[in-house]
Design a protein. Structure first.
Length: 115
């Protein structure tokens, strides 16, 4: 593949990834809402953390540093919590704030698609 073709393919992949970001974050938010409004599940919470981890890595891969950093911060905080017990109200508020920061990073990124 020539350089221009490779660059074009990467731009297309990045644009496709970027289009899917809002839905990925909203899915994380849905999982979180279900966790705090229904019965707590350590398995689901670990999945939530895994989603943040994947978003942090893929964001970095596609050059979306703000998204990657926000997801990494969310992941780091969540990993410090005991997955087997429902977080305290303060911890829940902190996680919700970190989710809000992730949403904001995605919104900013969508207005600045070049990175």
């Amino acid at each position: 593949m020539q350089s221009q073709e490779l660059e074009s393919a990467m731009r297309q992949l990045r644009a496709e990834y970027q289009r899917g970001l809002p839905e990925q974050v909203e899915e994380m938010a849905r999982v979180w809402r279900a966790l705090v409004t229904k019965q707590w599940s350590a398995v689901e919470f670990r999945g939530f953390i895994r989603s943040a981890h994947q978003l942090a890595g893929s964001g970095a891969t596609y050059g979306m540093i703000e998204v990657s950093q926000a997801a990494r911060t969310l992941q780091s905080y969540a990993k410090k919590l005991d997955a087997t017990v429902r977080p305290t109200p303060e911890q829940c508020a902190n996680l919700e704030g970190l989710l809000a920061q992730l949403r904001k990073a995605v919104k900013v990124q969508s207005k600045n698609p070049s990175g």
